[in-house]
Design a protein around this ligand. Sequence first.
Ligand SMILES: O=c1[nH]cc([C@@H]2O[C@H](COP(=O)(O)OP(=O)(O)OP(=O)(O)O)[C@@H](O)[C@H]2O)c(=O)[nH]1
Length: 632
Amino acid sequence: MALKPVLGKLGSKRVVLASASPRRQEILCNVGLRFEVVPSWFKETLEKSSFATPYKYAIETAKQKALEVANRMHVKHLRTPDIVIGADTIVTVDEHILEKPVDKQDAYRMLSRLSGKEHSVFTGVAIVHCNSKDNRLETEVTDFYEETKVKFADLSEELLWEYIHSGEPMDKAGGYGIQALGGMLVEYVHGDFLNVVGFPLNHFCKKLVELYYPPPKHTLHHIKHDSIPSVETFENLSDEESDSSSPIQYKDAIKMDRSKPHSSGGVCSPGSSNIIKPNCMVPVENRNRVMENPDKFPSKIVELLDGFRASKALFVASKLKVFNLLKNKGVLQSVDVANTINASVCGTERLLDACAALGLLEKTIQGYSNTDSANTYLASDSEDSLHGYIIHSNDHLWPLFTHLESAVKEGTMQNYRAFGKKSENLFQDSYYQSMEVKQRFMAAMHSIAKLTAKDVVTAFDLSQFRSACDLGGCTGALANELVQKYPNLKVTVFDLPEVIANVSHFQPVGQHTAPVTFTSGDFFKDNLPAADLYILSRILHDWTDEKIHVLLSKISAACKPGCGLLLSEMVLDDEKKNRSTALLQSLNMLVQTEGKERSGSEYQSLLEHHGFTSVKIRLTGSLLDAIFCTKC
Ligand SMILES: O=c1[nH]cc([C@@H]2O[C@H](COP(=O)(O)OP(=O)(O)OP(=O)(O)O)[C@@H](O)[C@H]2O)c(=O)[nH]1
């Protein structure tokens, strides 16, 4: 197994590790794999007795962890990952399965069982390949497990309790960490050490080799038809030739002889020239494209080149209310759409075709119709509509982004270049100068807040708080989600008077929880309403560190010990290299504000500076992450 090519096959893919385990992150990071971390919300509660063997239980749990993340990212992110990796480590001794101890007594029970004996450590791993087709998530799961035998020395009571009081056992399967203090308890290890730590790296790489480099069978079938030029099909290719970007369909891929016109071995029609028909099995990424050797075809770059066209097609279709029309009418021909939206037939048809190819619409012989996700997210009257944010992106962010080059050169916002107005007072000058711009901005913030609010309010247990104040809480979307989840919580939204004057038509109808209260004021200048939980959602990223210090010191002064502070922002990884959505959002902040996106440790140090401790960060897998801390 050559080292680099194995993991290199994943280099161009969006890989997600569905695990909160810092050890798994470290093991994979250390070998240079690039991935995002989205911890799974799958509860490890499968009925153990229903599995014939312990490893089947570990594999199934790993699979469910990975599938939960794949589904969540597909639904919420609108961007499906290519590969999701899940893992689950368990310890078995005397036919018992041990997972992580729930408390110290439980750790004691586990460790005393292991004392003086050999036990097995199983890690189940699931590699889930994802593909979004017609907005549906298709998954292909490859799983395996690894077993390592570990023998513990005899452990005295004193040693056991000393170890338990170190705190190390609590988040570890079997109640010990072999890589740290727990290593001192171990007499021998038979098998893969990293498997015990939480991830069987060697077996994982072997699986990748199996998936991406199947062994050569030296079978080339030459298919000849009188009317079809001779082609070669292959079942296996050497490394250089192989399109291993999609292991799932690898076996059915087609090799192209560039010197001749080609077909697909009898599946495509003879006259198909070099267009690959959809019913020909080709590697997923190259479907609908002229066949190239994928290792030489810069598909990622081409995708990026196309990115702005795809965004603009979405923006224009939204602006022209195509999705509203199709939601109401069901199926329409392009001419009917063109007539209703008052546009040319030829232009409308191309727009509709592009939207269909992008998976936003369905196209059949009867005409065009919305996909489920267009009905849910793109029609402006839908409960979860992103229409407001799309229009804001088109009318406000797009002009700003056309000046990205100047923003990068000058390091400043581009509001003047884009809109001819200096933004000395950011919100007043940029967003609240006219009723139209203000309503557009509020609708944008409302749609993003609605999309992300559930993830944010459920990221931490906030049940101990009785009153909360959402600073800059705009339309109250997050506040409304909070009172749904915590009906005993009284929530005040504090925002500028211009905003508060316009919140009424964003309020939910028929909500049965206590209403949210709105109070106007400027959090930089005015006294903050009293509360025992303060919330800053998408606020800190607007400002410089200096201004953040001003705001945090005000909040800190208003907080009694034990008060909480909940932030929601896109959190960058510490090295600022992995989370492209968040890094692009940081460019977004550059063109329009004084602020930027920050990493978890940057937020932590800002918060700790103002006496907030126990800073916890939860990556939600959605568009906003959550950070929670308490005033000490
Ligand atoms: O010697 C060691 N043995 C085990 C570990 C760590 O134990 C946990 C096992 O728990 P699990 O597989 O359920 O994984 P979680 O941490 O809960 O994260 P997920 O989000 O993936 O469920 C694992 O972290 C091992 O690394 C150890 O550190 N040393």
